[in-house]
Design a protein around this ligand. Structure first.
Ligand code: MN
Length: 374
């Protein structure tokens, strides 16, 4: 079987658990997340930034699932990363952090700012420098926008090409459609840095007592919870278009990772309709049509979606990018080639090249070319 080499717009790395604790001054290290599990394994107490929360641990089946999600050797050992990618036929990849899931639970701007600085310095040295095939995402505080701008400019100067963004900002901060965020969008455009929003990253409410990712229970709960993670990506694009942020910054590029692709033409239609049919109530007015803005500035990655290719071939949206979601269970680890052949066998080679390679290279120019098909 021919190897289809593909770049991935959606991959993950697990940082060491004690990264923040061992690299921050003690005063701040004492405030980063720490979990104490009850002896019965049912609940945990999370201490973070001077607060403590009790929350239910995932049931044993789900815990098994999380462990399986990180079974790939290169998930947490950078020396094993490239062999894993070679085995799967994944060439370059955009690498998201994992510790950032805690960001929304901090309350003190300084602690979050310094923790993310540690993460960014570490990820640059450990991941970015390991191979030109790895494009690492930096993280910024969404609790304090001045901190976000300053860190964006610092990491852009280091050479970072992308920033991981949660699909909603910190619960104590204004939403992305508000004017307060304007300096950040302007800074991202000026630095030429991609804002990579990963789905499933709406703030976690630790105080709710529920396990992470469990909004729904009862019949269909697992699928409801899985599908629910998708909508945040659609909301953030709607906010960035409707508020005029993308219109004011035509060179700002955003990626919605892991959320599929066919929703992009759909949401463009909906926004066009709202803009046109509710014109009397719409502000701000946009200089370009929502569709034009979205089709030129919004990229979207998918793993298995059969409809994603049609977003390009039937709907004319060409910012479609494949992503492995390595090493997660939603991803293609262990069956990447089977997935790629299932998606692309019989598809126009130009379309296949665009989705597996071209869209990624357009967003991150300078990554090495994929090997010739073997
Ligand atoms: Mn992912």
């Amino acid at each position: 079987m021919e190897t289809i080499w593909a770049n991935s717009g959606d991959s993950h790395f697990l940082e060491p658990d004690d990264l923040w604790r061992t690299n921050l001054p003690k005063r701040l290290a004492d405030l980063v997340p720490r979990s104490e599990k009850d002896p019965d394994g049912q609940w945990e107490t999370v201490h973070i930034d001077g607060m403590s929360f009790r929350r239910k641990l995932p049931n044993p089946k789900l815990q098994e699932f999380y462990e399986a999600s990180h079974r790939a050797p290169g998930a947490h050992d950078i020396s094993k990363r490239i062999p894993d990618l070679d085995q799967e036929g994944i060439w370059a990849e955009l690498v998201f952090p994992s510790l950032g899931m805690w960001s929304s639970s901090f309350r003190t701007p300084e602690v979050l700012r310094e923790a993310l600085r540690v993460s960014n310095d570490w990820a640059w040295d450990t991941i970015e420098k390991a191979s030109p095939r790895l494009v690492t995402t930096a993280q910024v505080s969404t609790l304090d926008i001045d901190d976000a701008v300053a860190e964006l400019e610092r990491v852009a100067a280091m050479g970072y090409r992308a920033i991981f963004m949660p699909t909603a900002p910190h619960p104590l901060q204004k939403d992305y459609n508000r004017d307060e965020w304007e300096p950040f969008w302007a800074a991202a455009e000026a630095a030429g840095i991609v804002l990579a929003f990963h789905i499933g990253t709406d703030p976690i409410d630790l105080s709710s007592g529920g396990a992470v990712g469990q909004t729904f229970r009862g019949p269909g709960g697992a699928v409801l919870n899985y599908t629910e993670t998708t909508y945040g990506g659609q909301r953030v694009v709607t906010k960035l278009v409707a508020s005029g942020a993308l219109d004011r910054h035509p060179n700002l590029k955003v990626l919605i990772a892991e959320g599929g692709a066919t929703w992009v033409p759909f949401i463009a239609d909906r926004i066009e309709e709202g803009y046109r049919q509710h014109a009397m109530a719409v502000r701000p007015k946009l200089k370009r049509s929502p569709r034009e803005i979205i089709y030129s500035q919004v990229y979207a990655s998918f793993q298995h979606d059969r409809s994603a290719i049609g977003a390009m071939t039937a709907m004319g949206y060409d910012k479609v990018m494949w992503g492995s979601d390595y090493p997660h269970m939603e991803g293609t680890y262990g069956h990447t080639q089977e997935t790629l052949h299932g998606l692309f066998d019989g598809v126009d080679p130009k379309v296949r090249e665009r989705i597996t390679v071209g869209a990624f290279n357009e967003l991150f120019p300078g990554v090495p070319a994929v090997p010739a098909a073997a």
